[in-house]
Every structure is written in structure tokens, then in C-alpha cells.
Write a protein that binds this ligand. Structure first.
Ligand code: SF4
Length: 338
């Protein structure tokens, strides 16, 4: 058994019993749907993403449909997910996938990471969660859990260190790890041949294998490891208040054994307050534009009434314009881009 073998087994059992039933999990979404979920989940809690993702995939189930959508609709559908530039980057990504890859997400890390708005984390997550490939997925939650359990220290935020990357790669279970594979198969729902087409749009009823899951598909050990470590970091081994008494791997945790030194310490600055920030003002402007009927504009006096500090307001509108999220008309009114 490997260094992490016993821990991987316990995490796999915990995952089977406790994984949140998010609609893009367990082989129920297309690779494109998985990518959309990952982009939406950056900076936003997964539980908040679910209604947005479900509506989005119902409306634009594949890259081609998103690619041809009006920008105003895309920005409006992004709603309150935050950091709305992500919506436009996702549409740029959709155009490349539709035009250069015949509407199929490439099954290749280098091609994925070359897509607009797709970084190492998202490309790795798609390779693992959508395509089942053995690759270390390194996000904040995974870094925190691995650092605590195996190094006994806090992961300090910022970019992943070489030590953290090396650790994640070293611990990734081999897909021939039969104890874990057996457990995963026992715990998973059977897989049946695809026949009826009852799934919602964007769901995986045309999976390349020609088969679709009845409940859960069989996942490889490396995929279960990535998902279970990430999930543990999201719901048990949280940054500020880890629930060590409910943790399935508490007996093996070096951080707990050491008395949880420096719990919650981070290298990055604390999150900026929201009230009064440019983020808040930009959000208010977009919210006012989203609330308008299709093709309507926000008149100059209505724009001016959104925020009393007009210097800050003008700067925020200019930055939204630079980001391609609004259009400024010659009479001073605003609208979402067409
Ligand atoms: S024992 Fe506590 S610190 Fe260690 S992995 Fe579990 S929740 Fe995290």
C-alpha cells in the first residue's frame, strides 16, 4: 500500500456516504457541463452555483449554443455569481471549442489549458472529473487538506508552492490500486447501456462510451481521491473551523497531532471588505442593467442615481466598459453589450 493508501480508502468510503449530490457529479454532466461548473465555482461556493448552473445548462447545453448567445443574455444569466468577466471569458472559450474542436471539449490537458480563461486548476479538474484521467488537481481545499494531514502545517495561500505540487503528485493513488478500485465499484451504482434519452439537456446521455450511469458511474481511484480530498476540504477540513471530531482521517492527521499550530493563518491578505468597494459599485451597475427589459437602456440620470460618489461611479463604469460588460452610449446612457 502507498503512503496514502489507508487514508485513500477511508476517504473513498466517506465520499461514497457523504458526497454532496451536485448535478455535474457522478458522470451526469457532459465534459462541457463539468467545465462550466468549475468556472462558476471559482470564487463562488458550489452550493450557490447549482441553480445558476442548472438554468445555464438548460439554456446553453453545449459550447456552440453559448458561443452564439447575445452577450447581454450571458451577462444577465451570470446573475450574482460575481466576477462577471468570467462569463465573457467562458463565452470566448465556447467559441473556440465550437469552432476549433467541433463542439467537443478536447480530451487533452495542453489543449484545455490553452483555451480562453482556462488555467491549470480548471484543465486538471476537467481531465480528472470529466475524462477520468489520472492527474493531480490542486485547488485551495486540496492544498489545505494535504498540507495539514501529511506536513502538519497550514497551507499559506497564494500560489501553490513546489512542495505542495510535489506532495499532491506523490500522493495521487495509482489507478491500479485495487483495494480502492474494488471499494469504489462496490459503493457505486451499476452502469447501464444508453438507450432512452431522458436526461436533461447538457447531461451526459451521449457519453462517448455509449453508456450512461443509472446512479453513479465507476470512478477511478485517482478521481475519487481528487474529489474526496476536495470535498473534505469544503465541508469538514475548512480553513477556519475544521470539524476534526467528525473527520474520517483524524487518526492520521499530522496537523491535529501537532495541536493544529497556526490554525487559519494565511500568507495572503485578508479578504477586502465589500461595502463601498469598486466591486460593490460595479455589481450595482450591472444589477440595474440586468433588471431592464431586453434592449432597454439605463438613462444618464438613472445611472447617476445609483451611487452618490460620482467619481467612483464613473471609474467603475469605465472599468466595466473596458471589460466589455457594458456599453456607454453618446448621451451618457448605458446598456448591456449586444
Ligand atoms: S483532523 Fe482536522 S485538520 Fe486534520 S484533516 Fe481532519 S478536519 Fe482537517
Amino acid at each position: 500500500m502507498t503512503e496514502s493508501g489507508d487514508i485513500a480508502l477511508r476517504l473513498a468510503a466517506w465520499w461514497e456516504a457523504n458526497a454532496r449530490d451536485l448535478p455535474w457529479r457522478f458522470g451526469r454532466a457532459t465534459p462541457w457541463g463539468v467545465l462550466v461548473s468549475e468556472v462558476m465555482s471559482q470564487q463562488t461556493q458550489m452550493s450557490r452555483v447549482v441553480p445558476y448552473w442548472t438554468t445555464w445548462m438548460g439554456r446553453w447545453p453545449d459550447a456552440r449554443s453559448l458561443a452564439s448567445a447575445p452577450k447581454a443574455d450571458v451577462i444577465t444569466a451570470w446573475g450574482r455569481l460575481g466576477y462577471p468577466r468570467r462569463a465573457l471569458r467562458l463565452q470566448e472559450c465556447a467559441r473556440v471549442v465550437a469552432d476549433d474542436y467541433a463542439d467537443e471539449l478536447p480530451h487533452d490537458y495542453d489543449a484545455l489549458v490553452a483555451l480562453p480563461g482556462i488555467g491549470d486548476y480548471t484543465a486538471s479538474a476537467v481531465m480528472s472529473f470529466a475524462f477520468g484521467e489520472r492527474i493531480a488537481v490542486i485547488d485551495t481545499n486540496i492544498r489545505r487538506v494535504l498540507s495539514r494531514v501529511f506536513l502538519g502545517v497550514e497551507s499559506r495561500g497564494g500560489a501553490a508552492s513546489p512542495v505542495e505540487r510535489a506532495l499532491a503528485n506523490r500522493l495521487l493513488p495509482d489507478d491500479g490500486f485495487t483495494d480502492m478500485a474494488d471499494m469504489v465499484v462496490r459503493g457505486s451504482g451499476a452502469v447501464e447501456d444508453a438507450g432512452d434519452a431522458g436526461d436533461a439537456k447538457g447531461m451526459n446521455n451521449k457519453a462517448r462510451s455509449g453508456r450512461r450511469p443509472r446512479a453513479r458511474r465507476r470512478e477511478r481511484p485517482s478521481v475519487v481521491w481528487n474529489q474526496s480530498v476536495m470535498e473534505l476540504g469544503a465541508v469538514v477540513c475548512t480553513a477556519k473551523s475544521p470539524l476534526c471530531e467528525a473527520c474520517p482521517i483524524a487518526d492520521d492527521c499530522a496537523f491535529l497531532k501537532a495541536g493544529r499550530p497556526g490554525l487559519g493563518e494565511r500568507r495572503t491578505r485578508p479578504r477586502q471588505r465589500f461595502q463601498g468597494t469598486d466591486r460593490q459599485v460595479r455589481g450595482m451597475v450591472l444589477e440595474a442593467l440586468r433588471a431592464l427589459p431586453a434592449n432597454a437602456v439605463l438613462a444618464r440620470n438613472e445611472v447617476a442615481g445609483l451611487w452618490k460618489d460620482h467619481v467612483q461611479l464613473d471609474a467603475c463604469i469605465a472599468s466595466l466598459d473596458d471589460d466589455g460588460l457594458v456599453e456607454m452610449l453618446p448621451d451618457g446612457s448605458l446598456r448591456l453589450p449586444r
